[in-house]
Design a protein around this ligand. Structure first.
Ligand SMILES: Nc1nc2c(ncn2[C@@H]2O[C@H](COP(=O)(O)OP(=O)(O)OP(=O)(O)O)[C@@H](O)[C@H]2O)c(=O)[nH]1
Ligand SMILES: [Mg+2]
Length: 230
């Protein structure tokens, strides 16, 4: 009897998006390692980091394993990175408060998401990063307000440098995704995503379809393989 060593209830995959230089990698490092790198080393292709957390909701305690994919913002990697959209359950969309161009690009990123994500209305949290650079800020609160109202996006201002609101941004996205999961166990788009998604071990597709279970017999393993695109 094969028993998988799974000590969490949910595996959530997130994708971090935004123009090159907005601070995606730094934000992620700050979240997972509590460190900031001032040197700019542009991401090549795609990378990921992981973190565990506990999410309490409706009187229940859920152990979550977060897998956060860090994409390259450079245009030349776009076809590679969009291929990862469909496997993600939530998106952290980042712009730089000191770069108007990165803010104006947000509508294009949303359009990309609409085309390539698991749903036309995926869970997205918008982050205005580099809020520590007060003197260099060029994107006004009014501009942001108009955008978030138009697209109904949760919005938060972060600093990968000081760590301000970094954890809150990630928890905001976890909350959105978990709420969708809890509210819509029968949501076809999401359940399809969960069952087709690569590297989601021991997923059970049934009335409690999004709970992860320990795989305890070969029949379960066969079911998993059938539902998996790996
Ligand atoms: N002051 C300040 N600088 C930041 C912040 N976040 C990132 N930076 C700086 O911005 C530059 C780019 O950061 P990265 O995290 O590498 O940018 P990226 O979005 O991952 O860029 P690509 O990998 O090319 O897509 C680096 O020099 C960072 O030190 C922040 O919150 N405040
Ligand atoms: Mg990067």
């Amino acid at each position: 009897m094969a028993i998988a060593n799974i000590d969490y209830d949910y595996l959530l995959k997130f994708l971090v998006l935004g123009d090159s230089g907005v601070g995606k990698t730094c934000l992620l490092y700050q979240y997972t390692d509590g460190r900031f790198h001032s040197q700019f080393i542009s991401t090549v292709g795609i990378d990921f980091r992981e973190k565990r957390l506990v999410y309490n909701s409706r009187g229940r305690r859920h152990r979550i394993h977060l897998q956060i994919w860090d994409t390259a913002g450079q245009e030349r990697f776009r076809s590679l990175t969009t291929a990862f959209y469909r496997d993600a359950m939530g998106f952290l969309l980042i712009f730089d408060l000191t770069s108007e161009k990165s803010f104006l690009e947000i509508t294009n990123w949303l359009e990309q998401l609409r085309m390539h994500a698991y749903s036309e209305q995926p869970d997205v949290v918008l982050c205005g990063n580099k809020c520590d650079l007060l003197q260099m800020r060029v994107v006004s609160r009014e501009q942001v307000q108009a955008l978030v109202q138009r697209y109904r996006l949760p919005y938060i201002e972060t600093s990968a440098c000081t760590g301000a609101n970094v954890q809150q941004a990630m928890e905001l996205l976890v909350g959105c995704v978990m709420e969708r999961i809890e509210n819509a166990m029968s949501n076809r788009e999401l359940s399809l995503l969960m069952t087709q998604s690569r590297c989601l071990p021991n997923m059970v597709y049934g009335s409690e379809l999004l709970r992860l279970h320990e795989r305890d017999n070969d029949a379960d393993a066969t079911t998993h393989r059938r539902n998996c695109n790996c």
